[in-house]
Design a protein around this ligand. Structure first.
Ligand SMILES: [Ca+2]
Ligand SMILES: [Ca+2]
Length: 207
């Protein structure tokens, strides 16, 4: 049966999204994928300003800057090399600011955890900041689409069945020209407090 998330994805998202997964048995520090490039040290995200808009990072999480530092965890469960929201919370939002609009070809997100904190589930919004109603810091409860943001994609790498763990990559393609990206990040499961994804790196590749 098709999942609700997948159905939403098909309905909402005209953009090309590619997913990739290295199961626990083969995931390693090289972050090599079949269909998506390995994380980059030198991409547009590495020069962008990151701001937490809503939610709290976990006490064991790295600083937000670890998302764009080009460094990768060496091991499957390395909290200090990943960014993740507080245990028991439902995630949060952060913004990326490039300083001026840039043509964005790919937004690539990478994560790694041996269990439920491996898969990714987030909404990606983009803005050029020109809307008179633009709100750079919409908290949960405020629909970014109502204040100058455009919903680009609902990204879910959640497997339909089987092992959730491993290394994941998602690539959202051909976004267009934007100054800001907003990541609205959700937990992957609610069975326990440990559903906030370990995000290792986010790359933004210009056209
Ligand atoms: Ca990078
Ligand atoms: Ca990193």
């Amino acid at each position: 049966m098709i999942s609700v998330v997948k159905l939403l994805l098909i309905l909402l998202v005209p953009f090309g999204i590619v997913f990739d997964h290295n199961p626990n048995s083969v995931a390693n520090r090289e972050f090599k994928f079949k269909n998506i490039a390995s994380p980059s040290k030198d991409d547009a995200a590495s020069r962008a300003k990151l701001t937490l808009i809503d939610g709290e990072l976990d006490g064991g999480s790295a600083e937000l800057a670890a998302l764009t530092d080009g460094r990768l965890p060496r091991d499957e469960d390395e909290p200090g090399s990943n960014v993740f929201f507080r245990a028991g919370s439902s995630g949060g939002r952060f913004r990326m600011d490039f300083g001026s609009p840039i043509e964005i070809a790919h937004v690539n997100t990478y994560s790694w955890h041996p269990n439920a904190r491996g898969p990714q589930l987030y909404k990606l919004y983009a803005a050029d900041g020109s809307d008179p109603k633009f709100n750079a810091d919409p908290k949960r409860g405020v629909d970014p689409a109502s204040c100058g943001w455009k919903l680009i994609a609902l990204v879910s790498t959640l497997p339909d069945a089987g092992e959730m763990g491993g290394q994941y990559a998602a690539s959202v393609n051909d976004l267009g020209k934007y100054r800001y990206l907003l990541f609205d990040v959700y937990v992957t499961e609610l069975y326990d407090n440990w559903g906030n994804t370990f995000y290792s790196e986010i790359d933004v590749i210009r056209d």
